[in-house]
Ligand binder design. Structure first.
Ligand code: GN1
Ligand code: MG
Length: 347
Protein backbone atom coordinates (compact mmCIF):
# COMPACT_ATOMS: atom_id res chain seq x y z
CA UNK A 1 0.00 0.00 0.00
CA UNK A 2 1.35 3.47 -0.83
CA UNK A 3 2.04 5.88 1.99
CA UNK A 4 -0.75 8.18 0.79
CA UNK A 5 -3.19 5.27 0.74
CA UNK A 6 -2.22 4.38 4.31
CA UNK A 7 -2.97 7.94 5.37
CA UNK A 8 -6.21 8.17 3.42
CA UNK A 9 -7.38 4.84 4.79
CA UNK A 10 -6.94 6.09 8.33
CA UNK A 11 -9.46 8.82 7.48
CA UNK A 12 -11.86 6.53 5.65
CA UNK A 13 -10.79 7.71 2.18
CA UNK A 14 -9.64 5.81 -0.87
CA UNK A 15 -6.76 6.70 -3.17
CA UNK A 16 -8.66 5.44 -6.21
CA UNK A 17 -11.43 7.97 -5.83
CA UNK A 18 -9.78 10.79 -3.89
CA UNK A 19 -7.82 13.50 -5.69
CA UNK A 20 -4.82 14.73 -3.73
CA UNK A 21 -2.84 17.83 -4.65
CA UNK A 22 -0.32 20.06 -2.86
CA UNK A 23 -1.89 23.11 -1.25
CA UNK A 24 -0.69 26.49 0.04
CA UNK A 25 2.72 28.07 0.42
CA UNK A 26 3.82 27.26 4.01
CA UNK A 27 7.53 26.79 4.55
CA UNK A 28 7.40 24.32 7.41
CA UNK A 29 4.55 21.80 7.20
CA UNK A 30 3.42 19.92 4.06
CA UNK A 31 -0.18 20.53 3.07
CA UNK A 32 -2.49 18.83 0.54
CA UNK A 33 -6.03 19.41 -0.59
CA UNK A 34 -7.95 16.14 -0.81
CA UNK A 35 -11.13 15.99 -2.83
CA UNK A 36 -13.45 13.03 -2.48
CA UNK A 37 -16.86 13.34 -4.11
CA UNK A 38 -18.52 16.44 -2.64
CA UNK A 39 -16.10 16.59 0.28
CA UNK A 40 -12.84 18.44 0.55
CA UNK A 41 -10.21 17.96 3.23
CA UNK A 42 -6.98 19.62 4.15
CA UNK A 43 -4.34 17.04 4.93
CA UNK A 44 -1.19 18.11 6.70
CA UNK A 45 2.08 16.53 7.65
CA UNK A 46 3.56 18.18 10.71
CA UNK A 47 7.26 18.96 10.40
CA UNK A 48 8.50 16.89 13.25
CA UNK A 49 12.04 18.33 13.13
CA UNK A 50 10.62 21.67 14.13
CA UNK A 51 7.54 20.76 16.16
CA UNK A 52 9.20 18.18 18.35
CA UNK A 53 6.07 17.24 20.26
CA UNK A 54 3.07 17.21 17.88
CA UNK A 55 0.86 15.82 20.63
CA UNK A 56 1.28 19.13 22.45
CA UNK A 57 -0.26 20.90 19.48
CA UNK A 58 -3.18 18.49 19.46
CA UNK A 59 -3.67 19.01 23.20
CA UNK A 60 -3.64 22.81 22.80
CA UNK A 61 -6.25 22.63 20.05
CA UNK A 62 -8.35 20.41 22.22
CA UNK A 63 -8.21 22.76 25.24
CA UNK A 64 -8.96 25.84 23.18
CA UNK A 65 -11.64 24.15 21.12
CA UNK A 66 -13.42 22.91 24.23
CA UNK A 67 -13.31 26.34 25.87
CA UNK A 68 -14.62 28.16 22.79
CA UNK A 69 -17.35 25.61 22.12
CA UNK A 70 -18.64 26.12 25.65
CA UNK A 71 -18.36 29.92 25.90
CA UNK A 72 -18.85 30.96 22.28
CA UNK A 73 -20.68 28.15 20.50
CA UNK A 74 -21.19 30.26 17.36
CA UNK A 75 -17.49 30.87 16.87
CA UNK A 76 -16.02 28.92 13.98
CA UNK A 77 -13.09 26.92 15.32
CA UNK A 78 -11.65 24.35 12.95
CA UNK A 79 -10.64 21.22 14.86
CA UNK A 80 -8.74 18.36 13.22
CA UNK A 81 -10.89 15.37 12.29
CA UNK A 82 -10.36 12.21 14.28
CA UNK A 83 -9.04 9.12 12.51
CA UNK A 84 -11.21 6.03 12.17
CA UNK A 85 -9.21 4.72 15.14
CA UNK A 86 -10.43 7.79 17.08
CA UNK A 87 -7.01 9.43 17.31
CA UNK A 88 -6.47 13.17 16.87
CA UNK A 89 -3.50 12.55 14.58
CA UNK A 90 -2.09 9.72 12.57
CA UNK A 91 1.42 8.72 13.56
CA UNK A 92 3.38 6.74 10.99
CA UNK A 93 6.67 5.84 12.62
CA UNK A 94 8.62 6.09 9.34
CA UNK A 95 7.20 9.30 8.01
CA UNK A 96 5.75 11.42 10.79
CA UNK A 97 2.48 12.90 12.02
CA UNK A 98 -0.54 13.63 9.84
CA UNK A 99 -3.86 15.30 10.50
CA UNK A 100 -6.89 16.22 8.49
CA UNK A 101 -9.37 19.10 8.63
CA UNK A 102 -12.71 19.43 6.92
CA UNK A 103 -12.49 22.16 4.33
CA UNK A 104 -14.73 25.01 5.52
CA UNK A 105 -17.51 25.29 2.92
CA UNK A 106 -17.68 28.51 0.89
CA UNK A 107 -14.39 29.69 2.28
CA UNK A 108 -11.20 30.69 0.58
CA UNK A 109 -7.81 31.95 1.61
CA UNK A 110 -5.58 34.44 -0.15
CA UNK A 111 -1.80 34.76 -0.45
CA UNK A 112 -1.49 38.49 -0.92
CA UNK A 113 -3.49 41.26 0.71
CA UNK A 114 -4.89 43.42 -2.05
CA UNK A 115 -7.60 45.44 -0.36
CA UNK A 116 -7.76 47.31 2.92
CA UNK A 117 -10.95 45.43 3.72
CA UNK A 118 -9.01 42.16 3.70
CA UNK A 119 -6.40 43.67 6.04
CA UNK A 120 -9.10 45.01 8.36
CA UNK A 121 -10.99 41.72 8.41
CA UNK A 122 -7.88 39.65 9.03
CA UNK A 123 -6.74 41.91 11.87
CA UNK A 124 -10.20 41.74 13.38
CA UNK A 125 -10.14 37.93 13.18
CA UNK A 126 -6.79 37.64 14.93
CA UNK A 127 -7.87 40.20 17.53
CA UNK A 128 -11.12 38.35 18.04
CA UNK A 129 -9.37 35.05 18.59
CA UNK A 130 -7.25 36.53 21.38
CA UNK A 131 -10.17 38.45 22.88
CA UNK A 132 -12.49 35.44 23.03
CA UNK A 133 -9.75 33.55 24.82
CA UNK A 134 -9.02 36.36 27.29
CA UNK A 135 -10.71 34.35 30.04
CA UNK A 136 -8.77 31.20 29.23
CA UNK A 137 -5.69 30.69 31.41
CA UNK A 138 -3.03 30.99 28.70
CA UNK A 139 -0.34 29.48 30.94
CA UNK A 140 -2.13 26.15 30.55
CA UNK A 141 -1.16 25.97 26.90
CA UNK A 142 1.86 23.96 25.88
CA UNK A 143 4.68 26.00 24.40
CA UNK A 144 4.84 24.13 21.11
CA UNK A 145 7.94 26.02 19.91
CA UNK A 146 10.00 27.20 22.86
CA UNK A 147 11.45 30.72 22.39
CA UNK A 148 9.77 31.08 19.00
CA UNK A 149 9.46 34.88 19.18
CA UNK A 150 12.16 35.45 21.76
CA UNK A 151 14.04 38.28 20.08
CA UNK A 152 16.84 38.17 22.63
CA UNK A 153 17.53 34.59 21.64
CA UNK A 154 17.17 35.33 17.90
CA UNK A 155 19.81 38.03 18.28
CA UNK A 156 22.09 35.62 20.16
CA UNK A 157 21.62 33.03 17.39
CA UNK A 158 22.60 35.71 14.86
CA UNK A 159 25.76 36.48 16.86
CA UNK A 160 26.51 32.80 17.07
CA UNK A 161 26.22 32.45 13.29
CA UNK A 162 28.63 35.38 12.93
CA UNK A 163 31.18 33.40 14.91
CA UNK A 164 30.58 29.88 13.64
CA UNK A 165 28.80 30.29 10.31
CA UNK A 166 29.95 30.04 6.69
CA UNK A 167 32.94 32.43 6.50
CA UNK A 168 32.51 33.25 2.84
CA UNK A 169 28.87 34.13 3.28
CA UNK A 170 29.69 36.25 6.34
CA UNK A 171 32.11 38.35 4.25
CA UNK A 172 29.62 38.81 1.44
CA UNK A 173 26.87 39.79 3.86
CA UNK A 174 28.83 42.53 5.62
CA UNK A 175 26.45 45.36 4.70
CA UNK A 176 23.30 43.75 6.02
CA UNK A 177 25.13 42.35 9.06
CA UNK A 178 26.26 45.87 10.00
CA UNK A 179 22.79 47.24 9.43
CA UNK A 180 21.14 44.61 11.61
CA UNK A 181 23.71 45.17 14.36
CA UNK A 182 22.97 48.90 14.21
CA UNK A 183 19.29 48.18 14.94
CA UNK A 184 19.95 46.17 18.10
CA UNK A 185 17.93 48.74 20.05
CA UNK A 186 14.85 46.86 18.77
CA UNK A 187 16.01 43.80 20.71
CA UNK A 188 16.81 45.95 23.75
CA UNK A 189 13.25 47.31 23.75
CA UNK A 190 11.97 43.74 23.66
CA UNK A 191 13.95 43.00 26.82
CA UNK A 192 12.40 46.03 28.50
CA UNK A 193 8.96 44.78 27.45
CA UNK A 194 9.63 41.38 29.03
CA UNK A 195 10.71 43.02 32.27
CA UNK A 196 8.11 45.78 32.41
CA UNK A 197 5.06 43.91 33.70
CA UNK A 198 2.90 46.19 31.54
CA UNK A 199 2.72 43.70 28.70
CA UNK A 200 0.40 40.80 29.22
CA UNK A 201 0.89 37.25 28.00
CA UNK A 202 -2.26 36.26 26.14
CA UNK A 203 -3.33 33.45 23.85
CA UNK A 204 -1.42 34.50 20.74
CA UNK A 205 -1.47 33.04 17.23
CA UNK A 206 2.17 33.79 16.28
CA UNK A 207 1.71 33.37 12.49
CA UNK A 208 -0.75 36.01 11.32
CA UNK A 209 0.04 36.03 7.62
CA UNK A 210 -2.98 36.54 5.41
CA UNK A 211 -3.11 32.93 4.22
CA UNK A 212 -3.97 31.93 7.78
CA UNK A 213 -7.38 33.62 7.62
CA UNK A 214 -10.41 32.12 5.90
CA UNK A 215 -12.70 34.53 4.05
CA UNK A 216 -16.22 34.13 2.72
CA UNK A 217 -17.24 35.06 -0.83
CA UNK A 218 -17.66 38.71 0.16
CA UNK A 219 -14.21 38.90 1.72
CA UNK A 220 -15.56 38.93 5.24
CA UNK A 221 -13.26 37.13 7.66
CA UNK A 222 -14.59 33.78 8.90
CA UNK A 223 -11.91 32.41 11.20
CA UNK A 224 -8.20 31.90 11.70
CA UNK A 225 -6.36 28.67 10.87
CA UNK A 226 -2.85 27.17 11.21
CA UNK A 227 -2.92 27.02 15.00
CA UNK A 228 0.31 25.11 15.61
CA UNK A 229 2.05 28.13 17.06
CA UNK A 230 -0.81 29.24 19.31
CA UNK A 231 0.96 29.78 22.64
CA UNK A 232 1.11 32.39 25.38
CA UNK A 233 2.69 35.50 23.88
CA UNK A 234 2.65 39.28 23.53
CA UNK A 235 0.31 41.12 21.17
CA UNK A 236 3.34 42.50 19.29
CA UNK A 237 3.84 39.07 17.72
CA UNK A 238 0.45 39.04 16.02
CA UNK A 239 0.18 42.71 15.14
CA UNK A 240 3.81 42.77 14.06
CA UNK A 241 3.51 39.83 11.68
CA UNK A 242 0.45 41.42 10.08
CA UNK A 243 2.47 44.56 9.50
CA UNK A 244 5.34 42.50 8.16
CA UNK A 245 3.13 40.70 5.69
CA UNK A 246 0.31 43.15 4.78
CA UNK A 247 1.96 46.59 4.61
CA UNK A 248 3.96 45.99 1.45
CA UNK A 249 2.35 44.99 -1.86
CA UNK A 250 5.13 42.39 -2.29
CA UNK A 251 6.28 39.73 0.16
CA UNK A 252 9.56 38.40 1.52
CA UNK A 253 10.27 36.51 -1.73
CA UNK A 254 10.46 39.67 -3.87
CA UNK A 255 13.92 40.24 -5.37
CA UNK A 256 13.20 43.68 -6.82
CA UNK A 257 13.41 45.68 -3.62
CA UNK A 258 12.20 48.87 -5.33
CA UNK A 259 8.74 47.27 -5.23
CA UNK A 260 8.72 47.13 -1.42
CA UNK A 261 6.66 49.98 0.02
CA UNK A 262 4.68 50.75 3.17
CA UNK A 263 1.04 51.41 2.43
CA UNK A 264 -0.28 53.76 5.13
CA UNK A 265 -3.89 52.84 4.46
CA UNK A 266 -3.08 49.18 5.18
CA UNK A 267 -1.45 50.17 8.45
CA UNK A 268 -4.62 52.06 9.37
CA UNK A 269 -6.74 49.04 8.42
CA UNK A 270 -4.67 46.69 10.59
CA UNK A 271 -4.88 49.06 13.52
CA UNK A 272 -8.61 49.69 13.16
CA UNK A 273 -9.38 45.99 12.66
CA UNK A 274 -7.29 44.76 15.56
CA UNK A 275 -8.47 47.46 17.95
CA UNK A 276 -12.11 46.83 16.99
CA UNK A 277 -11.67 43.65 19.03
CA UNK A 278 -8.75 44.32 21.35
CA UNK A 279 -9.07 47.97 22.34
CA UNK A 280 -10.42 47.25 25.81
CA UNK A 281 -7.92 44.44 26.37
CA UNK A 282 -4.70 46.29 25.60
CA UNK A 283 -3.07 48.58 28.16
CA UNK A 284 -2.10 52.14 27.18
CA UNK A 285 1.53 51.10 27.25
CA UNK A 286 0.82 48.27 24.84
CA UNK A 287 -1.05 50.58 22.48
CA UNK A 288 1.93 52.94 22.44
CA UNK A 289 3.96 50.03 21.06
CA UNK A 290 1.74 49.42 18.05
CA UNK A 291 4.29 50.54 15.47
CA UNK A 292 7.06 48.92 17.48
CA UNK A 293 5.26 45.61 16.90
CA UNK A 294 6.04 45.88 13.18
CA UNK A 295 9.70 46.70 13.82
CA UNK A 296 9.93 43.79 16.25
CA UNK A 297 8.64 41.18 13.81
CA UNK A 298 10.36 42.49 10.68
CA UNK A 299 13.67 42.77 12.51
CA UNK A 300 13.28 39.26 13.93
CA UNK A 301 12.49 37.82 10.50
CA UNK A 302 15.48 39.59 8.93
CA UNK A 303 17.68 38.13 11.69
CA UNK A 304 16.22 34.67 11.20
CA UNK A 305 16.75 34.72 7.44
CA UNK A 306 20.33 36.03 7.60
CA UNK A 307 21.18 33.62 10.43
CA UNK A 308 19.90 30.75 8.34
CA UNK A 309 21.85 31.95 5.31
CA UNK A 310 25.04 32.07 7.38
CA UNK A 311 24.25 28.60 8.69
CA UNK A 312 23.92 27.21 5.14
CA UNK A 313 20.09 27.28 5.05
CA UNK A 314 19.62 24.55 7.64
CA UNK A 315 16.22 25.78 8.81
CA UNK A 316 14.34 27.30 5.90
CA UNK A 317 16.06 25.50 3.06
CA UNK A 318 16.74 27.36 -0.19
CA UNK A 319 15.16 27.01 -3.60
CA UNK A 320 18.13 28.79 -5.19
CA UNK A 321 21.62 29.91 -4.16
CA UNK A 322 21.35 32.89 -1.84
CA UNK A 323 17.60 32.53 -1.26
CA UNK A 324 17.71 33.39 2.43
CA UNK A 325 20.15 36.22 1.71
CA UNK A 326 17.56 37.75 -0.62
CA UNK A 327 14.81 37.26 1.95
CA UNK A 328 16.92 38.83 4.70
CA UNK A 329 17.74 41.86 2.56
CA UNK A 330 14.11 42.18 1.54
CA UNK A 331 13.09 42.31 5.20
CA UNK A 332 15.87 44.79 6.00
CA UNK A 333 14.51 47.13 3.32
CA UNK A 334 11.02 46.80 4.74
CA UNK A 335 12.38 47.57 8.21
CA UNK A 336 14.16 50.71 6.99
CA UNK A 337 11.00 51.95 5.31
CA UNK A 338 8.91 51.35 8.42
CA UNK A 339 11.44 53.15 10.62
CA UNK A 340 11.33 56.14 8.24
CA UNK A 341 7.57 56.29 8.71
CA UNK A 342 7.52 55.60 12.41
CA UNK A 343 6.57 59.06 13.66
CA UNK A 344 4.00 59.53 10.90
CA UNK A 345 2.23 56.29 11.86
CA UNK A 346 2.41 56.57 15.65
CA UNK A 347 -0.64 57.74 17.60
C1 GN1 B 1 7.45 29.96 8.63
O1 GN1 B 1 5.70 27.65 7.65
P1 GN1 B 1 5.18 29.02 7.59
O2 GN1 B 1 5.35 29.61 6.22
O3 GN1 B 1 3.76 29.13 8.13
C2 GN1 B 1 7.88 30.26 10.07
C3 GN1 B 1 7.41 31.65 10.45
C4 GN1 B 1 7.99 32.65 9.48
C5 GN1 B 1 7.61 32.27 8.04
C6 GN1 B 1 8.30 33.17 7.06
C7 GN1 B 1 7.42 27.48 12.53
O4 GN1 B 1 6.05 29.94 8.58
O5 GN1 B 1 7.83 31.96 11.74
O6 GN1 B 1 7.53 33.92 9.76
O7 GN1 B 1 7.99 30.92 7.77
N1 GN1 B 1 7.31 29.25 10.96
C8 GN1 B 1 8.10 28.53 11.75
O8 GN1 B 1 7.74 32.94 5.80
O9 GN1 B 1 9.32 28.71 11.84
MG1 MG C 1 2.61 28.59 9.96
Amino acid sequence: MSMMQTILTAYGLDENTAKVKPFGTGLINHTWLVNSGDDNFILQRINHNIFKAPQQIADNLHMIGTYLAEKYPDYLFVMPERTLGNEDMLHLPDSGYYRSFNFVKNSHSIDVVNSTQQAYEAAAQFGRFTRLLAGFPSERLNTTLPDFHNLTLRYAQFEDALKNGNQERIKEAETIIDYLKSQKNIADTYEEICRSGEFKKRVTHHDTKISNVLFDDNDNGLCVIDLDTVMPGYFISDVGDMMRTYLSPVNEEEKDFSRITIRNEYFNAIRAGYLSEMSAELTEKEKQHFVYAGKFMIYMQALRFITDHLNNDQYYGAAYEGHNFVRANNQAVLLKLLIEKESELSF
